[in-house]
Design a protein around this ligand. Structure first.
Ligand code: CTP
Length: 477
């Protein structure tokens, strides 16, 4: 095979090969390899259509390999360097990534480094006579589940909004019948410019979806504002959210559309209320939003979810078995009766103490001195489940609510409690996390710490579900 190149084949054979490869959704090289393998095998009759069989139209739905395909278009901006990490993150998750680079993108990152990380050469030319694996812009445009433009510069957005097709990237974007996701990245002035905002409106009206841009420092020294490309993990979460919500966008046999199908997940959420007397209780500010969001995301990803929740004002998540409890001890009891499960996620802000002796009647003032509350420690549900000899879930995930030295304290908790991962968050009053809608997570595992961007609690839930799915598939954290 080493010395055989498709280019050296006679034109007629090449043409038939091209049609056959297109019909089967394979590259010409893969097709040749398959034919050779079939030829070499005496026992197995050839399964693929013969080369003389009438080929399907090249634009007919190809037989796709199980992996889901992302077409990543890298446009020319300084954020292009982050696209290398994006490719790596996508491949870690078992997604196949094919890359198109604009001419300007090649000024920022080289096709060689992109190719090394993507596992195949990026496509750069609209008319590439020399390419022996002639994929063509129409197949590039269609042979994928999602087209992602990251970074999406002001220029490529303008071209898209106006239907230009003067290079491979814009031709693909015009020809695609797939969803397009943009991760805009540009100087904040360019982003807020009326022309860019007008183009954005047109693109959104055309059904294109976006992730970011974020606020922060610009590449230009001393400038800050909105225009930074979303972080690779945010883009990955947006991609996974799209793919999970559109199982029809991809093969279902790979299980990625429902990456947690068949898994049983137990989640705790919310505060606990520890009674002082029949009308008063000890509580905390937890809203339960993060745990409920995780339950929703896990159910959407196909898991069978049991949510044990303390008192919250949220509706029960759809498709989730929700068990309502008041106290830490009730929560422990319900958790134990929900075992065994594959994964345990302990997001509840369990009250650490309860009163030692709750009276049967309301405590009365009756001119007496204030009562002295005597407290006893509540069971640590996370630690107990983590240390179970039998019935321990394969993956035990805790949270760490900290107000200072967040990662340091969370790391100590990971070891002390014996869980596998800890999602640490800063719950100081200034962070607005407790009761709020956004969260900044630091994922602490025995392998290290990963800092997630500040994002909605729903996005955190999506990212966690994606992480769990990758871990179950044996992918690195
Ligand atoms: N947790 C639990 N049962 C408890 C206390 C905590 O299951 N009685 C779990 C929480 O759900 C969370 C993790 O332990 O997953 C850490 O909770 P956190 O409140 O951050 O820590 P504490 O263990 O309470 O320690 P400290 O109050 O000293 O920070």
């Amino acid at each position: 095979m080493g010395s055989l190149t498709v280019r050296n084949l006679p034109e007629g054979v090449k043409k038939r090969l091209r049609l056959r490869a297109a019909a089967n959704g394979r590259s010409m090289e893969e097709e040749v390899r398959l034919l050779l393998a079939e030829g070499a095998s005496e026992a197995a009759p050839a399964k693929a259509a013969s080369a003389t069989e009438p080929a399907r139209r090249p634009d007919a739905a190809p037989t796709r390999s199980p992996a889901r395909h992302i077409l990543l278009i890298i446009a020319g901006g300084i954020a292009a360097y982050k696209s290398l990490d994006l490719i790596r993150r996508l491949r870690e998750r078992g997604l196949a990534v094919r890359v198109v680079m604009t001419k300007a993108a090649q000024e920022f990152v080289t096709p060689m480094s992109v190719g090394a990380i993507a596992g195949e050469k990026p496509f750069t030319e609209l008319f590439d006579q020399a390419s022996e694996f002639d994929v063509g812009h129409i197949r590039l445009a269609r042979d994928n589940d999602l087209v992602v433009v990251a970074p999406a510069t002001a220029d490529i957005m303008a071209k898209m909004a106006n239907g230009h097709a003067d290079d491979l990237a814009t031709a693909v974007l015009l020809a695609t019948d797939k969803q397009v996701l943009l991760a805009p990245a540009m100087n904040s002035r360019m982003w807020s410019n009326k022309a860019t905002q007008r183009n954005l409106k047109v693109l959104c009206a055309d059904g294109i979806i976006t992730v970011g841009p974020n606020a922060g420092e610009m590449a230009e020294s001393g400038e800050a504002g909105v225009g930074r490309m979303a972080e690779p993990l945010e883009i990955v979460a947006a991609i996974e959210k799209y793919l999970a919500g559109h199982p029809d966008a991809a093969d279902s046999i790979d299980g990625i559309a429902k990456p947690l199908a068949g898994k049983r997940i137990l989640i705790t959420a919310g505060p606990t209320h520890e009674p002082i007397d029949p009308v008063r209780y000890i509580a905390n500010r937890s809203s339960g939003k993060q745990g409920h969001a995780i339950a929703r995301a896990a159910a959407a990803a196909g898991a069978t979810v049991t949510l044990v929740t303390g008192p919250v004002t949220l509706p029960d998540p759809p498709g989730v078995k929700t068990v309502h409890v008041e106290t830490a001890r009730q929560m422990l009891q319900m958790v134990e009766s929900a075992l065994p499960v594959d994964i345990g996620i302990f997001a509840a802000a369990v009250a650490d103490w309860r009163t030692a002796d709750m009276g049967g009647q309301k405590l009365k003032k009756e001119g007496k001195a204030p009562p002295q509350l005597s407290l006893v420690e509540n069971p640590d549900i996370l630690a107990r489940v983590s240390k179970l000899k039998t019935k321990r879930p394969k993956l035990v995930i805790g949270f760490a609510a900290e107000t200072e030295k967040v990662v340091e304290h969370a790391t100590a908790k990971l070891w002390r409690k014996g869980c596998d991962w800890i999602l640490a968050n800063d719950v100081s009053a200034e962070s607005g996390v407790m009761g709020g809608d956004r969260n900044t997570i630091h994922l602490v595992t025995p392998k290290g710490v990963e800092h997630w961007p500040t994002q909605s609690k729903d996005a955190v839930a999506d990212m966690l579900v994606a992480r769990i799915a990758a871990a179950l598939n044996g992918k690195p954290r």
